[in-house]
Design a protein around this ligand. Structure first.
Ligand code: GLC
Length: 560
């Protein structure tokens, strides 16, 4: 069934305009823009598409290949736009479809590709289909597009099963029926405002293939698929029973996550994507128990990439890092997909803060820790990540070395996980604070109208302006690393690393002419000088063929 949608601008950018290597994505560096917090073009305190468009030259100069934008679609913003009310419209808060069109065109003109977020596991409760399902009542066909069930208990007063929402509390909400009586329950793995679609219903698949085409016609270069592991639920929605309730990186296959049936959807989507020219891609947000299961999503007839959350969750520890790198490469090789590497995103504590704290606290931490140590490790971790074969993701602001903001007052928080907080040990607003562009000004250049989450008083010093041209700054380190990666195709290419002997706590590997060493210990270590130092995250001293690699520092060498 079709809905009323705003008309798309004439799709003259239908063919992706970026000239470039086929398979560009195999070693691409992809920059995540969180539109709320990147740049505010209209001065209302909230980032928008116009803000992103005007800052594209910054991203080109940074040296990334593509930009992934978190959702900017029409949404009541119960989960910062991951609750979509119209998949074919831009929320007025972020602009218009014309702004999206202008953004895609300008990005292409600068040689940047655009990846948009697709949210197919659930809609907003304000989506037409869900409103109709509520209005038409139990037994109506419109309810079949979601998971409505009668409750358990004498009067249906208990949820249909024992699943819990990832944001805390039961994964079911009871509705009031049109006649005013308490009625059925509906499933929402996230907030109650995010009802899960029933992907067994053919209309759901039809609708999403049509949404894919809409954005492909707009000229986007790919999709990041939200909760890509969630769409198919186990037959009969069985209780979890003794299974541990979900943490994002579960240890177990859950009845609502990573079900094998989800792969049929991706095979169909791949056929749609492949009708379009321009080497466009899908990347899966799939939190699976193991990298081996993640590899299932990137089989040759499915998706192109999947985020490597096992890597993101790894501590700053050489042995653990080496294990996850090997395991990832081993898991991806048989399916022929590139490995991906990611350290931060809009759902986890920024890595500069994770690494500032003792290992083992998880990926959501509300402690500042030792910021100096955290930044040193974060810089080294970035050089390590960018030396690995495959594609890497950079989350806005990490190139400035931003920490998480751990002391946001409760009254400004917006993350629904905070409000449903039971069982959550951290909240995501701290990594979503608008980024600083200038040393001074009401929101450090984010926009003229303040900032929807308050920025810390010391952010001027971390701004793009303060770091640009500043030798040794984190921004210049990222720029230099990405420039080297562009010059030397060997850095991201291939699917193997050759490990070199190294003292405990140190990682050393060769990739062709190139050697990367990362010292994860708190002490300086002597290493052979492997050639010419290309780049280092700290001060390297060399004498008589030996180099001293300081604590928590990574270095890139070139034999030629
Ligand atoms: C994904 C998004 C997250 C969102 C959730 C529900 O995990 O990255 O921000 O809250 O899906 O859509």
């Amino acid at each position: 069934m079709s809905q009323q949608h705003s008309a798309a601008p004439a799709p003259t950018s239908a063919v992706s305009a970026v000239e470039g290597r086929p398979d560009w994505w195999r070693d691409a560096v992809i920059y995540q823009v969180y539109p709320r917090s990147f740049a505010d073009g209209n001065g209302d305190g909230m980032g928008d598409l116009e803000g992103v468009r005007t800052r594209l030259p910054y991203l080109r100069d940074l040296g990334v290949d593509a930009v992934w934008l978190s959702p900017f679609y029409a949404s009541p913003q119960a989960d910062a736009g991951y609750d979509v009310a119209d998949y074919r419209a831009v929320d007025p808060m972020f602009g218009t479809l014309l702004d999206a069109d202008a953004l895609i065109r300008d990005a292409h003109a600068l040689g940047l590709r655009i990846i948009v977020d697709l949210v197919p596991n659930h809609s907003s409760d304000q989506y037409e289909w869900f409103k109709r399902a509520l209005a038409e009542g139990p037994g109506s066909p419109s309810r079949d597009r979601y998971h409505f069930r009668p409750g358990k208990g004498k009067n249906g007063e208990l949820p249909p099963n024992d699943w819990e929402s990832i944001f805390g509390g039961p994964a079911w909400t009871r509705v009031t029926e049109p006649d005013g009586t308490p009625g059925e329950w509906y499933l929402h793995l996230f907030a109650p405002e995010q009802p899960d679609f029933n992907w067994e219903h053919p209309a759901v698949g039809d609708e999403f293939r049509s949404i894919l085409r809409f954005w492909l016609d707009m000229g986007v270069d790919g999709f990041r698929i939200d909760v890509a592991h969630g769409m198919v639920k186990a037959e009969g929605l069985p209780d979890l029973g003794d299974h541990e309730q979900l943490t994002l990186l579960g240890n177990d296959v859950m009845p609502f996550f990573d079900q094998d049936g989800v792969h049929d959807i991706y095979r169909e989507w791949r056929l749609v994507l492949d009708e379009y020219s321009g080497d466009r891609i899908f990347v899966a947000e799939a939190w699976t128990p193991t990298v081996e299961r993640t590899a299932n999503y990137v089989r040759p007839d499915e998706l192109h990439q999947a985020f490597n959350f096992q890597y993101l969750a790894t501590h700053w520890d050489a042995a653990e890092l080496r294990t996850v790198v090997n395991r990832t490469l081993d898991a991806m090789r048989p399916v022929g997909a590139p490995a991906t590497w990611v350290l931060s995103n809009h759902d986890v504590t920024r890595h500069a803060t994770r690494f500032a704290n003792p290992a083992g606290l998880g990926t959501q931490i509300r402690l500042a820790g030792d910021r100096e140590v955290g930044l040193r490790r974060a810089r080294a971790a970035t050089l390590l990540m960018l030396a690995l074969p495959g594609s890497a993701y950079v989350y806005q602001g990490e190139e400035l070395g931003l920490p998480d903001v751990v002391d946001l007052p409760d009254e400004v928080r917006q993350d629904p996980a905070y409000f449903r907080g039971a069982g959550q040990d951290g909240f995501r607003d701290g990594c979503r604070v608008p980024i600083p562009w200038t040393r001074t000004g009401p929101s450090y250049g984010f926009g003229d109208g303040g900032s929807w989450l308050p920025q810390p008083a010391d952010w001027g010093g971390l701004s793009v302006e303060a770091q640009t041209g500043e030798p040794g700054s984190t921004l210049e380190l990222y720029r230099a690393a990405l420039a080297v990666r562009r010059e030397r195709a060997d850095l991201g290419a291939g699917d193997a690393v050759e490990w070199l002997r190294a003292p405990e706590g140190v990682l050393a590997f060769r990739r062709g002419e190139f050697v990367c060493v990362a010292n994860t210990t708190g002490e300086s270590v002597p290493m052979p000088a492997y050639g010419r130092v290309l780049l280092a995250s700290g001060e390297i001293t060399e004498a008589a063929g030996e180099a001293k690699v300081p604590a928590d520092t990574a270095v890139w060498w070139s034999a030629s």
